[in-house]
Design a protein around this ligand. Structure first.
Ligand code: PRP
Length: 207
């Protein structure tokens, strides 16, 4: 049996649909269930729903053979000791610096206050531009920060742009293309190669 750790949230829904299209049946899965482990009807595939930053932990430690998670998380938290084997081409989005619409001159401030769920990515972005920053790590709804005066700008993912638009913000610089990746445990990569290939083929992830 192949065990996949799947990042909860948007990616999970897309992947579960893709699996269903590929012929995998998960009788107990429904998008709004609180269940965390699903085994397919043939007993060949197990999917566990895991918080995004934990996917690489499960895979590295062999608690899952493979994982599906956004590249943003892999860059931010690191993905040492696992193989990144495929860009799945789903969950596409961009990492961007954003702020209040029409106020991009704020970027010229001597010291910029930056709110982000991705402090490492944010720090690197501004370090490359020799821009001094004060980074505030937040855990979600980052778009609020410029609106309440907590930060000048945010560094966050933009998918449809709806969240920015509906909150009077705009992207000042979209600087990184992102998508979901398949990562694999190093031992499983050797020992379960044919199962992995079947899985990839059945989901048509290679297209
Ligand atoms: C992500 C991201 C943005 C939003 C972007 O948040 O942090 O807020 O999605 O998507 P959009 O461009 O399609 O509007 P998520 O929904 O994961 O929630 P969070 O803010 O609680 O992290």
């Amino acid at each position: 049996m192949l065990h996949i750790a799947l990042a909860k949230g948007r990616i999970a829904k897309t992947v579960m649909h893709r699996l269903a299209d590929g012929g995998w049946e998960f009788p107990e899965y429904s998008g709004d269930s609180r269940k965390l482990i699903f085994t397919d009807a043939s007993g060949r595939l197990k999917v566990t729903l895991v918080k995004s930053p934990d996917v690489a932990v499960y895979v590295r430690r062999g608690a899952a053979d493979a994982g599906i998670v956004g590249k943003d998380i892999l860059i931010e938290d690191g993905a040492d000791d696992v193989y990144e084997i495929l860009d799945l081409g789903i969950g596409k989005c961009r990492m961007a610096v954003s702020g209040i619409r029409g106020q991009r001159d704020v970027m010229k401030k001597r010291i910029l206050t930056v709110a982000s769920k991705y402090p490492r990515i944010a720090r690197r972005y501004f370090a490359r531009r020799f821009q001094p920053v004060d980074i505030i790590r937040l855990n979600g709804s980052v778009e609020l920060a410029p609106l309440v005066g907590l930060a000048d700008v945010i560094v966050d993912i933009v998918e449809t742009g709806t969240t920015l638009r509906e909150n009077g913000l705009e992207a000042y610089d979209e600087f990184m293309e992102l998508s979901a990746r398949l990562i694999c445990n190093k031992v499983s990569y050797k020992m379960k190669q044919s199962e992995l290939q079947d899985f990839i083929r059945s989901c048509r992830f290679e297209e």
